[in-house]
Design a protein around this ligand. Sequence first.
Ligand code: DQA
Length: 150
Amino acid sequence: YTMLVLNGPNLGHLGERQPEIYGSQGMDAVPNLVKDLLGANADRVGLEFDQHNSEGALIDRLELARAQGVDGVVFNAGAYTHTSLAIADCLAWIQIPCVEVHLSNIWARTDQPLRQQSLLGRQAVGVIAGFGILGYAMAVAALVQRLDKA
Ligand code: DQA
């Protein structure tokens, strides 16, 4: 399977950005976490990583994934999660199974209620939040299982 691991705004410096909330490891640690979780199955997955700060660039990338025939998307849209009807509309039509990922547990951030809602969640096959970068590997594992059953 080919999978796109896509990050949205302010996730280009993961590890440096507010590590007390988002962790001190960068995305470069994700492939090893995938190997740990998937074992031999990891060889069946080709991961492509990308990150964009702007909404339109994220939509362009998702449309490209559709054109490429990408099998699954692991997507942390950052703050666009809470605001972007445009990205939700894109996920609704491209029809690639998508797992929404958040480093922090957005529902536990009760000091910022806006973060507790996701406009993208209804277009996702599932949501993983609160496990830091391990969440990306968990999402890859979940997509492999789902695609195997399809
Ligand atoms: C985030 C949560 C969002 O509220 C925030 O805007 C981010 C990161 C997370 O991974 O926990 O940029 O998506």
